[in-house]
Design a protein around this ligand. Structure first.
Ligand code: HNI
Length: 141
C-alpha cells in the first residue's frame, strides 16, 4: 500500500520524466536485456541495439503507461486491464520478467535523477512498480 504522500511523489516523478520518456524507457529496457539476457527472447524480431529507434519508441510507451497509471492508482486493475491481457495471453510474458524490468527501472531512475532519487522516492517507486508488476503478471498461466 502506498500512502497519499507516496502516491503524490510517484505522480510528480513520472510527470517530471515525461519529456525524457524515451531515454528513460530505452535505458531501463537496455539494462534489462543486457543484465538478464533471457529477456531478449521476447524481442527476438526487433532491433534492440542501444538507443535504436525501436528501443526509444518502446521505452517511451512503457514510461508513458507508468506515468498514466500513476494518476489513478486506486484503479490499476481496471486501467491496466488491456495491457494485462496483452502481456499474459498474447505476449506470454512470464511474471518474473516484470520484477527484472522494475529493478532495472529503479537503477535507471537512480542514475538519471541522482540526489533527487532519495531513499523515500526509491521505496515509494519500488512499491509502485511492484503493484504494476502484480497486475500485469496476474493472468499468466
Ligand atoms: Ni511490455 C508491449 C508496457 C513490462 C514485453 N508493453 C508493451 C506496450 C506497453 C507495455 C504500453 C505497448 C502496447 C501496445 O502497443 O498496445 N510492459 C509495459 C509496462 C511494463 C512492461 C508498463 C512493466 C513495467 N513488457 C514488460 C516486460 C516484458 C515486456 C517485463 C518482457 C520482458 N511489452 C513486451 C513486448 C511488447 C510489449 C514483447 C510488444 C513489443 C512490440 O513492439 O511488439
Amino acid at each position: 500500500m502506498l500512502s497519499k504522500k507516496e502516491k503524490e511523489l510517484i505522480v510528480e516523478i513520472w510527470t517530471g520524466l515525461t519529456p525524457v520518456a524515451d531515454t528513460i524507457g530505452a535505458e531501463a529496457l537496455l539494462r534489462m536485456l543486457t543484465s538478464f539476457p533471457g529477456t531478449k527472447t521476447y524481442f527476438a524480431h526487433l532491433d534492440i541495439t542501444p538507443r535504436s529507434a525501436y528501443l526509444l519508441a518502446h521505452g517511451r510507451k512503457i514510461v508513458l503507461a507508468l506515468a498514466d497509471a500513476s494518476k489513478d492508482m486506486g484503479n490499476l486493475m481496471t486501467n491496466l486491464g488491456p495491457l494485462q491481457t496483452y502481456h499474459a495471453y498474447q505476449l506470454r510474458i512470464h511474471p518474473t520478467n516484470f520484477k527484472l524490468l522494475s529493478y532495472c527501472m529503479l537503477v535507471t531512475l537512480a542514475c538519471y535523477m541522482g540526489q533527487k532519487f532519495t531513499p523515500v522516492s526509491h521505496a515509494a517507486m519500488d512499491k509502485y512498480l511492484s503493484a504494476i508488476s502484480a497486475v500485469l503478471g496476474e493472468k499468466f498461466r
